[in-house]
Write a protein that binds this ligand. Structure first.
Ligand SMILES: [Zn+2]
Length: 260
């Protein structure tokens, strides 16, 4: 039976969404027989980052999400504040390699083309200009990746809420942010997924006997992009689906619940 009210704090069975408010912790859900204790907010102690934010717990949380997405989503605390910070830091960190690469390429370009100018009497000005170029490339490309990545993930969070409304799940804003923040660990896989996608494209082209197939018209370029984006899409779908499955009836902590 679906839940009957829109109460955001009402205790729901986390498996089937049946209202188990008021039932003793030792009881079972009348609908699916899942122990009520497993649906109590205390059953979600939080990811390592949510329990104690630090560099180590940040790494541990992302590693846990990538290696055991279902278990991580099942124990994540429904909490906007810590999740928002995790989301922003993940986007920032996942975009960093692109900025560093851009900075390195700019530095290599400057060293290659202007190396003769170091002996010039204006070498200090040239050095300052070179450093400025490298910094601009580094931080420009970094920002050009982390901001769109954050916007994309926030759009996915909005989509999760819409899917929840359509399916009758209780995907509140804190639930959507908690799922998105933890699933954002997938952003660290993007370069590898992109390379896999490109390999897939060329393999497809070779199998079709037409290596130049994807590099001609707009339609062919579109085909190339779709095939190249496939691994990324699949991984994102897996992570967000897992998040929705484990958190669609997640119970947030409530001030009036007694500790376990
Ligand atoms: Zn149930």
């Amino acid at each position: 039976m679906p839940r009957t009210s829109d109460d955001k704090l009402e205790l729901l069975c986390e498996r089937c969404g049946y209202c188990v408010e008021g039932l003793p912790a030792g009881a079972r859900c009348p609908e699916c027989a899942r122990p009520v204790a497993d649906s109590l907010p205390h059953a979600r102690p939080g990811s390592p980052w949510q329990i104690d934010p630090s560099a180590a717990s940040w790494f541990a949380t992302n590693w846990a999400t990538l290696s055991r997405p279902a278990a991580t989503m099942r124990t994540a605390r429904i909490d906007s504040r810590s999740s928002r910070r995790l989301l922003i830091i993940n986007c920032f960190a996942a975009a960093a390699p692109y900025g560093v690469l851009a900075g390195l390429f700019t530095l290599m370009g400057i060293l290659r083309t202007e190396v003769l100018l170091w002996d010039d009497e204006t070498h200090l000005a040239n050095f300052a200009l070179g450093a400025l170029y490298v910094y601009l490339a580094l931080f420009g490309v970094w920002a050009a990746h982390w901001i769109p990545l954050l916007v994309l993930l926030l759009l996915i969070a909005v989509a999760l809420r819409a899917i929840g409304r359509l399916r009758g799940w209780r995907v509140t804003l804190p639930v959507a942010i908690t799922i998105t923040a933890h699933a954002s660990a997938a952003a660290f896989l993007l370069p590898f997924l992109f390379v896999t996608g490109m390999t897939l494209c060329f393999l497809t082209a070779i199998v079709l006997g037409e290596v130049g197939l994807f590099l001609g018209s707009f339609v062919e370029m579109l085909g190339f992009t779709v095939v190249a984006a496939l691994p990324t899409l699949c991984v994102l779908v897996v992570f967000f689906r897992t998040g929705l499955r484990e958190c669609r009836y997640a119970n947030p902590s409530r001030p009036y619940d007694s500790p376990p």
